[in-house]
Design a protein around this ligand. Sequence first.
Ligand SMILES: [Zn+2]
Length: 225
Amino acid sequence: MLGLIIFGIRDVTSERARGEFFCPRCRSPQVYVHNTCRRFFTLYFIPLIPLDLIGEYVECQCCTNKYKMEVLRPALEAEGGAERNKAEFYKAMSQVLALIGLADGNADESKIVAIAGVLGKLADREVPRSEIEGELAQAKESKVDIVQHCRKMKGYLNDNGCELVVRSAIVVASVDGHLDGNERAMVLKLATALQVPHARLAALLPAISGAPSEPRAGTTPSSPS
Ligand SMILES: [Zn+2]
């Protein structure tokens, strides 16, 4: 006698991803789970063959409210935007440091090492020497001046970020033991473009370079003739 074969169709929900999003109901950042719902062909109630995708949704793990996938868009866009800003900032910082490195004529070994150190900390990776040499070569060729790089940076840096750029520039400029006229002029230009207050700059300059003189407060540095 033939046994009874039970087959049928069943909808199965499975987790595809999780992350953090802004839950409209909780009105705060919460953990979400991205679920998909798929129809399966079952045999003896066991899902065996995946059929069509019925739907997908995002569920807040706090209030358990379910949302359409669009709810994740702001989070994804913000994530993408932050990554883009980070990459742009890194590039601008590389070029600024290369220009600072070249301010007194040529970037010697100590400057290359200092630039690699600053960029390495920023990117949290070992920055190869070839990358710094590439930036220096590009900075020599480029007609883009330090103020233009700063204008780009200013858009996504807060006051602390601006100060960090100036501080890094001073480290690179004075790593060979002195801060000459051109280097000092370029650091002043950088600080002015990034709107770092002169009082802050005055505090940074002697502290880092060991230079006894203070920059003249309130003056806008002119380009070296
Ligand atoms: Zn919620």
